[in-house]
Write a new protein. Sequence first.
Length: 289
Amino acid sequence: MRYIDLHVHSNCSDGTFTPEELVIKGIQSDLVAFALTDHDTVEGVERAIQKAGELENHIQVIPGVELSCQYEIETGEGVRTGRNVEIHILGYQIDHHDPTLVATLKRVAEERDNRNIKMCENLHNAGYPISYEELTEKFGDMIITRAHFAKLLLENGGVPSMDAAFRTCLAIDSPYFVNREYLTPEGAITLIKNAGGIPVLAHPLLYKLSVSEIRAMLRTLKGYGIRGIEALYSRNHGTDEAFVRKLAAEFDLFITGGSDFHGDNKPDIEMGSGTGNLRIPVMLLENLK
C-alpha cells in the first residue's frame, strides 16, 4: 500500500520545516505525495514543487492552502445563533499564481500584521516579555500566528509551556486577545474554486460543535460549493473517523486525510503517520482530480 498526506505546514506559516525540507521528509516517510497547505499563504508551494522536481526519488507536491474563516453557528433548524467559530477550508490543486488568490492572501497577511501589533502591545503592557519588533525579527519571513507568540513567550520565560500560553494569555477569551477580520466561508470557497482548486472542510470535529450544528454547517457549506471533508486526521479518537465518513455520505462529500504536521510546533504529530497510526491511502488522490 502506498500512502499520502494531504495536510502539511511549512515555516512559511506556522510549521518549523522549510518547504524543501518537507519534500525530503516526505520521501523519508515513504510518501508518494503530500499537499502543502500553509495557513493563508501559498509562498512555499513553488519552492516545494521545484525541490521535488530536482530529486530522483519522485514525490508529488500538491499545491494547497488552508484558509481561516469566521462561521456563524446555526442550529439544526438553520437559525443563526449569533455565536461565531473559526473554521478552516483546505484548497487543493489550486493555481498558486492566480492573481486574485495572491492579492487576497496579501491583504489577509497585512490585516493579520495589524492585529499582531495590537496583541503584542496588550501583552507587553501587561508585563509579558514580548514585543512586535522581537516577534518579527525572529519570525519575520513567516505568516505569524499565535504559535509564534507562544514560542517567543516560552523562550523569554513568560509562560511555562506553549500549551499554557494558548490556555491563558493567548486564549480567545483573554483580555489581551485581539480579533482579526476573517474571510467568510463563502468567500474562501469561492476564492479556491476561482483559482481552479477543490475546497474541503478541515478537521470538522475540532470546532466543538454539536452534531446538529455540524450538520447545519455542512448544509450551508455544501450550498457554497464545498466538495470534501477531512475524515482521516491525527486528532481523531474512537469512532471519530466513522462519524465523519457517515457525514460525508450524508452530504455527498468525498473524504480526504492529513496529519496536520507542523514540525516542532506539534511535536507529537509526524508527517504521514500523525500520532503513530495514521495511514492515508494513495487512492484518495482520485478525489482531487
